[in-house]
Design a protein around this ligand. Sequence first.
Ligand SMILES: CC(C)[C@H](C(=O)O)[C@@H](O)C(=O)O
Ligand code: SF4
Length: 473
Amino acid sequence: MAPPKTLLDKLWDAHVVVPETADAPAVLYVDLHLVHEVTSPQAFTELEARGLSPRRPDRTKATLDHSTPTLPAATDGRLPYASAQSEAQVEALRRNCARHGIELFDLGDARRGIVHVVAPELGLTQPGQTIVCGDSHTSTHGAFGALAFGIGSSEVGHVLATQCLLQRKPRALAITIDGELGPGVGAKDVVLHVIGRIGVNGGTGHVIEFRGSTVRAMSMEQRMTLCNMAIEAGARAGLVAPDATTFAWLAKTPRAPTGEALDEAIAHWRTLASDPDAAFDQEVRIDARGIRPTVTWGTHPGTALAVDQRIPAPADGAETKALAYMQLQAGAHIAGTPVDVVFVGSCTNGRLSDLRDVARVLDGRRVHPRVRMLVVPGSEQVKREAEAEGIDVIVRAAGAEWREPGCSMCIAMNGDLVAPGQLAVSTSNRNFEGRQGPGARTLLASPLTAAASAVAGVVADVRELETAATEAA
Ligand SMILES: CC(C)[C@H](C(=O)O)[C@@H](O)C(=O)O
Ligand code: SF4
């Protein structure tokens, strides 16, 4: 009998062109190559310098997200780019795609958005695939049972030229989460809790497979939030085995197979699960019932704590420095910290379900006068669907800004900045020094916590807001 395999083993084995040896990594075939404007210009330049053209332009898809303004064009039709460099990146991608016959979801295209939001919603992302992109949060696509890696700029060039990637096989880490989530607790809280528990290097060298009843009960959006942040635990990728939830999502997408082809695909996708007795290199078990709304206090995503906890005493010099940068006091409650900016968006939490959470909190309430709140849909589709439900109206009525899709304040490359020293509660995935602008302080949170904090003007526990609302009713 064949030895039991993990999902990682199955995905890996199905894509190895040349096995790895002691001296050389494996050559792995890539099914889908996603491209954005920041990490592709050099790769195309290199390709052309060698007189090459893309091996599989049909398996390469491009979108514009990082450098695109989230404010509409001025009356003269010009978009308010943050810099000449941003505009040049956009133009370079347009030129490169046109020259090489690569499909681009350009500005104005109804399918454009953050790369990790658009590929899943179009059904480009499918179980069993290998997916790469010159972007660390490519791990998001693992939520569909695809082996999805972030790669560097030079690797973008390799993949363009060969449709293959040199890789050593990562180890397998099972994170099993069981039990029902409490009120006000979502996938973001779960993943921040997990990173708090295993640390920002806890997944190094591994692919994390998220398993257990909590994960099985999650929507695709929630699973994407989990896998998105697998990289913040140091992992190469995240994975969730595909199931009926996955197939139902794909059946609604324009690019997934249809009819008999879909049935055949599903029959194959069902085999993409770790065998019952497959051995993982490492295993972690988490009780979901113990997870509360979770935020960060420091300058990396591992500095997680429940929103009702006190900021811990610094364990080392790095933590002392982080506390100083964040202008926070050890021993103080994190809840109640004054907030200047709230950002809702990004490939972590810029999907329709996230915006629904935000609208649920903002409906009939006002954003605190001290707070500037930006709500940025992850894609044109998310924006359209949210507007069809009136979410934009609720957001604006509450005093928040409703913007055009893109990465926006998650990385602040497009001019959407948090001012020096300001504290932002952000639904994105990185709270590094200066991530949202020079001197900006970032506290990572779920959409529910972000919205509750926007209303309160301080870091807030959404459970208290919702209890107060129930009592008032
Ligand atoms: C700009 C890009 C290369 C970068 C990444 O790789 O993740 C960005 O998306 C980020 O989130 O930091
Ligand atoms: S939304 Fe943020 S994390 Fe996601 S791809 Fe854009 S910059 Fe990176």
